[in-house]
Design a protein around this ligand. Structure first.
Ligand code: PMP
Length: 409
């Protein structure tokens, strides 16, 4: 008998990779908000924020192909595309953030931001939220508690609960830096996801993080806004999640959606911080900031502007949120609905097992969503930004069917 794709994957890739869904997805094509399986089944993608402007957007594909056919080198040669991209990206940031460095992944961006923060402050201590995820490198795994108890946090890392209100969060962050100081660890950074997505999506109220940033700065730490999830218009009101909170971080990291599926990521910083870092260290990321990456990044920014995707995220997100609130009012197993724009979290009051069954029920009905939160009891909804009103209605209808038709508890 021939080996199944599942067995082959296990044999060749080993056990650390996890597949989503009891019935694994095997798409062969992507188009806008749709993933298409080999048998032609179309699945509504409300999970993937990486293809920010939609799967296989023709303008992104065209920009990539055109630049790949002309030249693909690196940041050790002069090339206008990377400068054009830096300029366009930085135009979305408030002063004094006015320089960009390019990487391939969000992890590399956070890793670089951490190195810069440590260089500038001379400290090593970092404060993160209790179920944060910031990346795959050894340094970031040590400050990503969502990886679980099997991955130890670093001795220079302290956690604070995800924010419920600005005052408590500010006090918690101050207390965490005090605890680091008491242990003889000098501060380097407060590092947070501006929507607290892996913690379970905690976006409100806008301004939530301002006091905590002040606490960090009083302690001598830099503020790193991790925009890998919230960035590039997803909140529906601002290009960046930090702007929604009315703060200006010291360092901004972004990845996933920048390249709509291609490895484009960046650190945006204040020139005086990069001057200190650059004086002590050189930085070269072989693939980061290549002409092809820059062409892709520029095309993504063009599509967001030309298709009005930030406003679309606001409109579709508001409609979806209203539908989800209506469902929560009728189905007792749902709890709070939180979110900003097209990043929504729906608490499943009935618990993690029911949440997992709801995700599977939606998958069987042709809709992809995920889970987040420390207890994995929050439904995570973050579709490509081209998600429209009809898609929002379809998602809510399918969720209603799953809640009514399946035994969740
Ligand atoms: N930060 C956050 C908030 C993330 O969600 C992720 C990825 N899930 C990362 C950093 C790491 O990005 P990457 O997977 O591109 O390395």
């Amino acid at each position: 008998m021939s080996e199944s794709a599942l067995d082959r994957r296990r044999r060749l890739l080993g056990p650390a990779y996890r597949l989503l869904y009891a019935e694994p997805l095997r798409p062969v094509r992507g188009e806008g908000v749709w993933l298409i399986e080999a048998d032609g089944r179309r699945v509504l993608d409300a999970y993937n924020n990486v293809p920010s402007v939609g799967h296989c957007h023709p303008r992104v594909v065209e920009a990539l192909a055109r630049q790949a056919a002309a030249l693909n080198t690196h940041t050790r040669y002069l090339h206008d595309a990377v400068l054009d991209y830096a300029e366009r990206l930085l135009a979305t940031c408030p002063p004094p953030i006015s320089q960009a460095m390019f990487t391939c992944t969000g992890s590399e961006a956070n890793d670089l931001a951490l190195r810069i923060a440590r260089c500038v402050t001379g400290g090593t201590g970092v404060v993160v939220t209790a179920n944060a995820y910031h990346g795959v490198t050894a340094a970031l795994a040590e400050m990503s508690p969502s990886l679980g108890a099997g991955v130890a946090l670093g001795p220079h890392v302290r956690t604070v609960p995800a924010p419920r209100d600005p005052e408590t969060f500010a006090r918690d962050v101050a207390g965490a830096f005090d605890a680091l100081a008491a242990a003889g660890v000098r501060p380097a950074a407060l590092l947070f996801d501006t929507l607290f997505t892996s913690d379970g999506v905690f976006p409100d109220p806008p301004g939530l993080v301002a006091g905590a940033c002040a606490s960090a700065r009083r302690a001598g730490a830099l503020v790193i806004a991790d925009e890998v999830q919230a960035g590039l218009g997803r909140t529906g009101t601002h290009m960046w999640g930090f702007a929604r909170h009315g703060i200006v971080p010291d360092l901004v990291t972004a990845g996933k959606p920048l390249g709509a599926g291609h490895p484009v990521a960046a650190v945006m910083a204040r020139p005086e911080h990069l001057a200190e870092f650059g004086a002590r260290s050189r930085y070269f990321n072989t693939f980061g900031g290549s002409p092809v990456s820059a062409a892709v990044g520029l095309a993504v920014l063009d599509v967001i502007r030309d298709e009005g995707l930030i406003a679309r995220a606001a409109a579709s997100g508001a409609l979806l949120r209203a539908r989800l609130l209506a469902l929560a009012a009728r189905h007792g197993c749902l709890g709070a609905v939180r979110g900003a724009g097209l990043y929504l979290g729906v608490e499943v009051a009935a618990g993690p097992a029911a949440a997992a069954r709801l995700v599977e029920g939606l998958r069987r009905r042709g809709v992809l969503v995920g889970l987040c939160g420390a207890a994995a009891d929050v439904i995570k909804i973050r579709p490509p930004l081209v998600f429209g009103a009809g898609h929002a209605v379809l998602l809510a209808d399918r969720m209603d069917e799953a809640l009514s038709g399946d035994r969740l508890q």
